[in-house]
Ligand binder design. Structure first.
Ligand code: QAP
Ligand code: CO
Length: 171
């Protein structure tokens, strides 16, 4: 599962970030190793969420770790958002694949996600606030969607120079 090659963060402009990810079919050790490698990269980069396609592995898997509570590590394979509240809120988002760019995004306040843990056992997570936000943001990566896709025309204009620069730069 691409664990021999070193994982690096893909930056906006790279095609893999726009692809729909494949279902996870291999659980256990290989997925555990991928998750651990992703944690290392995420922590080093000061991130709170990271999806497998962001490190070049096009499978439906992501991790979230909001360090506000203990036991805050979330790992989900093949997630499905089975509930979204009608209640929405605005929060500023960033993304390790769009470094240096931040913008307000409107999303549901609370959600329920169903998926599988690393061992392949079904899990369900009810979340609101920052955790719900992170889960939705990471789930989007598995569909080829980035937070910048949701911006108003004005906001898009504002960040456009930064996005152009990121797309031009060799990373
Ligand atoms: C997604 O984002 C997220 O530009 C995770 O220079 C966003 O970890 C979840 C980061 C908002 C909840 C709310 C971004 C680090 C990290 C940057 C991240 C940067 C360094 C983003
Ligand atoms: Co992201």
């Amino acid at each position: 599962m691409n664990t021999e090659t070193e994982l690096t963060i893909k930056i906006v402009g790279e095609e893999i970030l726009r692809k729909k990810a494949e279902d996870v079919t291999e659980f256990g050790k290989p997925l555990r190793e991928l998750a651990d490698n992703m944690y290392k990269i995420m922590k080093k980069s000061k991130g709170i969420g990271l999806a497998a396609p962001q490190v070049g592995v096009s499978i439906k898997f992501f991790i979230v770790d909001i360090e506000q509570k203990k036991n805050s590590k979330i790992e989900i394979a093949n997630p499905e958002i089975i509930y979204k509240s009608d209640d929405e809120e605005i929060m500023e988002e960033g993304c390790l694949s769009v470094p240096g760019v931040y913008a307000d995004v409107v999303r549901p306040k609370s959600i329920v996600v169903r998926g599988y843990n690393v061992e392949g056992e079904q899990i369900e997570i009810t979340a609101s606030g920052l955790i719900a936000r992170a889960l939705l943001h990471e789930n989007d990566h598995l569909l080829g969607t980035l937070f910048i896709d949701y911006l108003s025309e004005n906001e898009r204009e504002r960040i456009s120079p930064a996005i152009k620069k990121l797309k031009k730069t060799k990373h």
